[in-house]
Design a protein around this ligand. Structure first.
Ligand SMILES: *[C@@H]1O[C@H](CO)[C@@H](O)[C@H](O)[C@H]1NC(C)=O
Ligand SMILES: *[C@@H]1O[C@H](CO)[C@@H](O)[C@H](O)[C@H]1NC(C)=O
Ligand SMILES: [Cu+2]
Length: 365
């Protein structure tokens, strides 16, 4: 299985690999012409995104499998995933399992689209650097029916924590997710006027409101340029340096220079708003999964450049930012909530570090 670029590229396994296969060589030889034709037409991109969007809307229409007394704000299967992320927020960010947990989670979501909604495609990724100058005009966020909806309406607003003030701040009124109802959280909102408080302190109460975004190029133009992504991949040699640079662990400062935020935060806060800017509930914005697929792709590329030594390696702690927490190990369990909810097993981190081993079998194109 391959994962799709949002340029809508066709499937070519291991294109460009040195091979003793003359047919594959010929296929690769013709590939640039195919790519050029795709670049001129949005047909492939639109068709593939349409199927993905339909599957997202489908999973948002399926009833939750969670206990409604404990999680009354979880009304749909889509919400179930948000709950799983909220529940583990403090132990999956800035930690040794950050990359593997989010790989497993994004994969489980892709599987749910396939098994519960008949989706035949794969999880697309948002190639940040392709539209770093103006993400709002990218085909993914331009507000058309074949996008993941656009920016929120402009309303006068402020932000907290030094997150840049973007061009929106209000409800999203365009594209497929304009009528989406957000119910869980907020837990850590970054926008004022703030979303209404959740009726429960754990954020699992039902708190219906619109999807708000506050997009701009303020972070993407300084932190998601091609050279930023490339230097993350080529400039870090250990898994610790790679994951910390990506998340700006240690260097992260709320209110610090945008360039110190790392690609993970820069992608999230390029969307921002509510729930996109709330790091407990961010999966409630449909942009979450294309962002995290790109995070996963960057890790995959980094791993593939030194395949043997970059698979079974780990660094970091077991609790948020790692301060004083026990170190993570490859034998640590990784789970996605109660057994059966996501039809999942409990894996060890060591089972989840390769995209072509353990439960996974996918490559990026
Ligand atoms: C996570 O969910 C479990 C039930 O599955 C619950 O007991 C626990 O309190 C939740 N923790 C948080 C931080 O939400
Ligand atoms: C998936 O593919 C099958 C067989 O080609 C087709 O019948 C079905 O409609 C497709 N499902 C979706 C959601 O596109
Ligand atoms: Cu996360």
């Amino acid at each position: 299985m391959t994962r799709l670029s949002l340029a809508g590229l066709v499937t070519v396994l291991l294109a460009g690999a040195a091979s003793a296969d003359p047919v594959l060589d010929l296929q690769n030889q013709g590939r640039p012409q195919i790519d050029a034709a795709i670049a001129k037409s949005s047909k492939c991109t639109k068709e593939k995104l349409q199927a993905y969007i339909a599957a997202m809307l489908c999973i948002m229409s399926k009833p939750s499998k969670l206990d409604q007394t404990q999680f009354p704000g979880a009304k749909s299967r889509y919400d179930d995933f948000v709950v799983v992320h909220m529940n583990q927020t403090m132990t999956i960010h800035g930690t040794g399992n950050f990359l593997s947990w989010h790989r497993y989670y994004t994969w489980a979501f892709e599987r749910a689209l396939q098994t519960e909604c008949g989706y035949n495609g794969t999880q697309p990724y948002w190639d940040w650097s392709r539209w770093y100058q103006d993400p709002e005009s990218s085909p993914i966020f331009d507000g058309s029916d074949t996008s993941l909806s656009g920016n929120g309406e402009y309303v006068q607003h402020t932000t907290t924590g030094g997150i840049p003030v973007g061009n929106g701040g209000g409800c999203v009124k365009t594209g497929p997710f304009k009528d989406m109802v957000i119910r869980l959280g907020p837990m850590a909102p970054v926008i004022n006027p703030a979303p209404p408080r959740n009726p429960r302190p754990d954020g699992y109460g039902d708190n219906p409101r619109c999807l708000r975004r506050d997009m701009s190029n303020k972070l993407s133009s300084t932190s998601l340029r091609p050279q930023d992504v490339a230097s993350l991949i080529t400039g870090t040699n250990s898994i610790g340096a790679f994951q910390d640079t990506m998340q700006a662990v240690g260097g992260f400062s709320w209110g610090g220079a945008p360039s110190t935020m790392g690609v993970h935060g820069a992608g999230h806060f390029t969307i921002s708003g509510d729930p996109g800017g709330d790091f407990y509930t961010s999966p409630n914005d449909p942009a979450f999964y294309v962002h995290h697929a790109m995070i996963d792709r960057v890790w995959y590329i980094w791993q593939s450049l030194n395949f043997e030594s970059r698979q079974q390696v780990i660094a970091g702690g077991t609790s948020m930012m790692g301060f004083g927490s026990p170190l993570a190990t490859l034998n640590d369990d990784v789970h996605l909530g109660p057994k059966g909810l996501m039809a999942d097993e409990v894996y060890k981190i060591r089972d989840l570090v390769s995209t072509v081993d353990g439960p996974f079998c996918y490559v990026y194109e």
